[in-house]
Design a protein around this ligand. Sequence first.
Ligand code: SAH
Ligand code: SF4
Ligand code: F3S
Length: 491
Amino acid sequence: MLDKEKTEEIFQNINLNEPAPEKEPDRQYYFMKKARLYVQQLKQQMGRELTFFVKTFGCQMNARDSEKLTGILETIGYLPADSEKADFVVYNTCTVRENANNKVYGKLGYLHGYKDKNPEMMIALCGCMMQEETVVEKLKSSYRFVDLIFGTHNIFQFAELIVKSMEEKQMTVEIWEGTEQIVENLPNERKYPFKSGVNVMYGCNNFCSYCIVPYVRGRERSRQPEEILKEIRSFAADGVVEIMLLGQNVNSYGKTLEHPVTFAALLREIEKIKGIERIRFMTSHPKDLSDELIEVMAASEKICRHIHLPLQSGSSRILNQMNRHYTKEQYLELVEKIRTAMPDMAITTDIIVGFPGETEEDFEETMDVVKKVGYDSAFTFVYSKRTGTPAAIMENQVSEETVKDRFGRLLAAVQEIASEKSGRFTGTCQKILVETVNEQDDKLLTGRMSNNSVVHFKGDASLIGTIVDVALKECKGFYYMGELILHETEK
Ligand code: SAH
Ligand code: SF4
Ligand code: F3S
């Protein structure tokens, strides 16, 4: 939710006749006020309201960034639209796999058409893809209709860049190579009033050999624990009951702080915050998942019974080539430890098929882990060559045909196991956080269990955002049908 009153108060103390302050985030509030003036002028000129649309590609980190972009667009006077037929369109891009990039180029073609009809339209591109030089070169030469391009490190400058591009009326490009800075306390608009992502760290230091993220998101930077706690407390005061702590490798949280803190210690503090009922986090790198963390999770009332533990490959040889720092055996031991401490834990994963040099034996090792662990679900990816990563120049790239065959076999195994596992809570009563009215049937509500399983049940929309007891009656593949349990006082 946007703290509109606070923002207005800050605006009152800003004089636009003075130069912009140097200090952040004050500087951005100055530019927000200026942008709002320009937007007002444009609205008068057009004789109507102006709208915006932010589209997110990629992971939860990008989704959280998009909420920050949305907060700024709303503050400066744009209204939300539900498609790209809007006056300000932002694509927050991802580049983790080649097809993520291709999607953006495809969509830009459509945007060009919209802009021809609406010349005042602004098009902004940001996110991970913009940190790649070749991409920006291509945009500069063939996509001149784009108004604003910025990267992952200076996303907090959005307001300033909007003003620059509105004033200069030409393509504005501002990409930083990296940053040590963490700028907080800007407006942001949460997608859901009752749950929110919370960044605990930015960037990644792991350099898995296939992965482009460390190059486009920069070095690992943890937020100060007090800053994180302050943000969560304010969310709780605002009605948030579930938080998702976000980082590329949350298990290494706090290691690079001046006064190091463990992720487990951070969780202990978050647990104490009144109003927060559920705590989730992602992603956990298996190499850094500590016994202390397992202990804290097992003892917690609030940490959800779901862990996303990317495997990538089941072959120790390939894991070594991937620079993952664990073996097949260590991974399986870790799963065992988690299950012993918390038998009801849902475990999900990411797997890459066709990493350079992957043999049939290596692939069989992956299939073996999939069967041994019995994942509740798994995201499976075809290896994508990312220029600049060590794996891109490895020999023995696997043929398309072989990858296709292995991918099909893996997907079938993953789906079969997931469907076997999915009904295991039928007949039990579970706490459900109600999230939405069901899209197909408006008499039904849709919510999630602690382990992230989806449950539909009859109920009133006023329950959205609350945690209710539901009896799970039937499992239909990947979701449950349930019945709301009314307590004596509610009947
Ligand atoms: N930080 C997270 C993952 C972020 S990227 C972690 O380490 O777990 C999300 C997923 O994309 C990864 O887990 C991996 O399975 C997949 N991925 C990353 N690079 C890829 C590539 N070059 N080709 C295919 N899949 C890739
Ligand atoms: Fe990429 Fe590995 Fe970092 Fe995850 S941990 S973002 S896969 S480099
Ligand atoms: Fe994609 Fe960037 Fe996330 S590359 S997966 S959006 S960190």
